[in-house]
Design a protein. Structure first.
Length: 228
């Protein structure tokens, strides 16, 4: 059963819209390495060309999705969506990032001579923790309270800044994936190394989904109305 809602051909729709309206699409995009969070405004056809992907193959994978098998949709009501972001993503980042930093420090120290050790990974994770914490505080103390007080519109300036910071977060994830070979473990990796890569892969998935919910679902509610 097709999950296509719009009559516009999939290849002409933006990846952000598809991710926001087709349950399960985000998993397809992650498998094809299509950036639907920081560059959600790009049309599917253009995104496929940029990645060197056959757009017909990507469309086929999306159209094969079944609504009944899709992931649970994010809450539609703004207050509930904000609460979901706070509990599912903000709290998780604060809990898991420090653990990843500690593991990365240990792996880099114990396996310093290993040719595949991810030198500098702890520093990137530490930088991410500092920047993400400031970012989340802006949302929790300024943006989200403002959103709860108004129906729509009028928040273009703070949202633009947060979108810019999302791009920076995405660049840091790319650094992590590059230095770890997409979190591919070397032969005989110790348990700490294994836990580090499994946890970091989850961090990447979580952060991508987190940014998607904000960039493609929450933020547009307070941008489009202010320009209309």
């Amino acid at each position: 059963m097709s999950t296509q809602i719009s009559t516009t051909p999939l290849r002409n729709r933006t990846v952000g819209e598809i991710a926001a309206t087709m349950p399960g699409a985000t998993a397809i995009f992650r498998s094809f390495k299509v950036d639907f969070c920081c560059h959600g405004e790009v049309a599917l056809g253009e995104a496929a060309r940029e990645r060197g992907i056959d757009v017909a193959e990507l469309e086929k994978a999306l159209l094969a999705l079944d609504v009944s098998e899709g992931t649970k949709p994010a809450p539609r009501e703004t207050g509930e969506l904000i609460d979901h972001i706070l509990t599912r993503y903000h709290e998780t980042l604060r809990r898991e990032l420090p653990e990843l930093i500690a593991m990365a420090d240990k792996v880099e120290a114990v396996h310093a001579r290993h040719p595949q050790v991810p030198h500098g990974m702890a520093d990137i994770l530490r930088q991410m923790l500092g920047e993400v914490e400031v970012h989340m505080k802006k949302e929790e103390l300024i943006l989200f309270p403002a959103m709860r007080k108004r129906a729509a519109g009028g928040l273009d300036t703070p949202i633009a800044q947060l979108r810019h910071e999302h791009v920076d977060h995405g660049a840091q994830l790319e650094q992590l994936e590059h230095m770890t070979g997409a979190f591919t473990l070397p032969e005989g990796a110790c348990r700490t190394w294994q836990a580090l890569y499994v946890g970091s892969a989850k961090l990447a998935d979580d952060l991508i989904q987190h940014i998607h919910l904000e960039n493609n679902i929450l933020f547009p509610r307070y941008e489009e109305a202010s320009r209309s």
